[in-house]
Design a protein around this ligand. Sequence first.
Ligand code: ATP
Ligand code: MG
Length: 409
Amino acid sequence: MRIYKVGGAVRDRLLGKPVTDIDWVVVGATTEEMLAKGFRPVGADFPVFLHPKSGEEYALARTERKSGRGYGGFTFHASTEVTLEEDLIRRDLTINAMAEDDQQNLTDPYHGQRDLEARLLRHVSPAFAEDPLRVLRVARFAARYATLGFTVAPETLALMHQLSESGELEALTPERSWKEISRALMEDQPQVFVEVLRACGALKVLMPEVDALFGVPQPPAHHPEIDTGAHTLSVLQQAALHKQPLTVRWACLLHDLGKGLTPEDEWPRHIAHEFKGLKLIKAVNERFKVPKDCQELALLVAEYHTHGHRALELKPSTLLELLQSFDIYRRPQRFEEFIAACEMDARGRKGLEERSYPQADYLRGAATAARSVAVQPLLEKGLKGPELGEEIKRERLKALKAYKEATSV
Ligand code: ATP
Ligand code: MG
């Protein structure tokens, strides 16, 4: 048997990037031989194994044929006859279809190295169209390597366009889609992921709620960039620049969905968009079975981001309602993430990227003031149940009034 490094490890070494996980392909071996060497099989009818020591993935060279819709509709053929070139041709991009032996001899039948130098994301063969997930993967690689100058080859974008129109994207499982979406959002330039999906018509299929924001104007006084789609992309870009976690990035992407529902005769104003967006966000959250923490933050940020921007003008009672809605007493981290998303929203506007955001510290101070109310003395007074709750609220309100007075001088 012959063993080669493939895919990302080869690509990233040639790019001079750190290699994190290594995928291997094994040519000329049978399942029985692999098991005899102590490799552990990954799936029942999938010729992939884990190395007994390193835990890295070793796949038998295989060919694939599409036999139905979605990813389940694939038949694999792995045998000792399958060559390295045959295995590489089923891969998505030419830069991912190179292999390397232990002497660093490169096997590159589809000119991945040439495309690396040309900074092109290009599909290997027309079989690209057999797995719609590749549309998301290409957009994700575009987001990752945009900083290096990579773009999607025009013929690949055309193929992605066809796939988007074919109805195949709808056959993707929520799990597979979310894995790509969440990884793409954590890349250096997540806005490029959205741009590429939009450019090939996939955004309209996957997240029509986000697609609808393009072409929707906002008031130039607050939004010099005017377009709501452009604004959303800038907010996402800011979130990446400021190294925000996935929860914040997901909330940034969805915070203004309500603006897509504004009747045109109300443009450029968007009355109650904060609230109107919630049902759209719920739909997107459910579509991709998004993790709970991401779901929750996206809804809260959409509903309350305007409160965040107006923090310094809020009445103490409104401020208290905001803090209560976030349950800042038990969920301090979530409130921090809300503040971060508001700040990214404020900076994701043309020419305002460097602005200061005093609201952030003001909100933190308000949370500290509300939290400083001690419950023990109230318990000692013999209060309990709803009465206790009311008294705690009154005390917190007092604390917020004092905070507001103290900070406004
Ligand atoms: P990353 O750095 O994100 O891990 P990678 O290229 O290693 O990038 P993997 O998802 O680990 O990506 O997949 C390893 C290799 O398997 C890819 O480089 C590609 O050749 C191939 N591959 C993975 N998924 C697909 C797919 N859906 N269609 C075609 N080829 C794929
Ligand atoms: Mg990999």
